[in-house]
Ligand binder design. Structure first.
Ligand code: HEC
Ligand code: HEC
Length: 285
């Protein structure tokens, strides 16, 4: 099972025992509670509306982006697409259910899944292209529609656009950016200032320079952010005049080193401000 990078969350959801629900002694009490829950859910809808979303937006988003697989009434398709009726609300009541559903919308998931006793193996495409408000609204719709609201934990806080926005940030963390031009510039600077010690292929240095590419190099750096590598290089290299080059040139050198280690170049420059580099993890998937 895989959902984005959050395998544990996904497994937790399906392996964990459902949180104990209140036992009702009579049918009557059950009906009253359901009515109160329905009112609660209905009463909270305006709070969602102020976020630029609405019950209507949820229904429309569902019809356009989910119904083709999960069915107009959340009934799913046997053997292919799991039902959401009598299921989506169950998910949200699990301890990490809220995070799980948001992550599911942003990253999708694939692999084996058991829903209401039936096994499914499929791919749920990520819906990150939808807006934050649309995702919040469609989740609110999916967990309340088709009598799902009866299964909601009380109190249930509707999903809000800002929660979705906040969850997107960790996805951006992973992306280290630099351009092909930076790599080219960096290579030229490298040849003049670094190659004597670190070698023409970055791993055949002669004067004690350790390899700047390959397993050992990555093991040292890929658990941190690009800021560490940049700051190290700028404050220590070249050894006879550390910091002797401009910030831009150090950024170019780092771009060249990263490219030599298989990181792809892209459209955005590697910034020279370590604060802006800090969120850029060098971790590889
Ligand atoms: C192309 C088909 C497709 C579309 C479109 C789609 N889904 Fe899914 N969905 C799936 C499949 C397949 C699974 C099961 C994935 C697996 O086997 O891991 C799934 C699983 C789910 C689950 C259950 C996850 C669990 O752990 O039980 C929910 C909730 C869900 N989808 C909601 C939605 C919502 C909301 C939308 C629209 C925004 C949507 N899906 C759009 C195919 C789809
Ligand atoms: C005079 C030789 C010499 C020159 C020139 C030199 N380095 Fe180094 N470099 C070293 C040595 C020696 C170390 C190891 C230092 C240590 O471990 O304390 C090192 C370490 C590094 C590291 C850390 C590698 C690791 O995984 O530990 C980086 C990155 C680096 N150099 C980049 C550069 C860049 C970029 C240049 C050119 C601007 C450069 N170096 C020029 C000798 C040199």
């Amino acid at each position: 099972m895989r959902i984005g990078g959050m395998q544990t969350v996904s497994e937790h959801i399906h392996d964990a025992k459902p949180r104990q629900r209140v036992q009702f002694s009579t049918q009557m009490e059950m009906r009253i509670i359901n009515l109160v829950l329905a009112l609660l859910v209905a009463g909270r809808a305006p709070a969602v509306t102020t976020q630029g979303t609405s019950a209507d937006l949820g229904a429309r988003t569902y019809a356009t982006h989910c119904a083709s697989c999960h069915g107009e009434n959340g009934e799913g398709v046997h053997g292919t697409y799991p039902p959401l009726a009598a299921h989506a609300a169950d998910l949200v009541s699990k301890t990490t259910g809220r995070e799980y559903l948001i992550r599911l919308m942003l990253s999708g998931r694939e692999g084996e899944i058991t829903v209401k006793g039936e096994r499914f193996v499929g791919v749920m495409p990520g819906q990150a292209a939808l807006g934050d408000g649309e995702i919040a609204a469609v989740l609110n719709y999916a967990v309340t529609a088709w009598d799902n609201y009866q299964l909601l934990p009380a109190p249930f806080e509707p999903f809000q656009g800002w929660e979705i926005a906040a969850a997107r940030i960790p996805q951006m963390r992973n992306v280290v950016t630099f351009t092909a031009e930076q790599v080219t510039e960096g290579k030229t600077t490298y040849e003049h200032n670094c190659q004597d010690c670190h070698g023409s292929s970055l791993d055949n240095g002669e004067f004690g320079g350790p390899p700047l590419r390959g397993a050992r190099f990555l093991q040292r750096w890929d658990s941190g952010s690009v800021a560490s590598l940049y700051t190290y290089t700028k404050t220590k290299m070249p050894p006879d005049r550390p910091g002797g080059l401009s910030d831009k040139v150090y950024a170019d050198l780092v771009a060249f080193i990263l490219r030599s280690n298989g990181y792809p170049s892209g459209e955005k420059e590697l910034p020279t401000d370590p604060k802006a580099q800090e969120p850029m993890s060098l971790k590889r998937n």
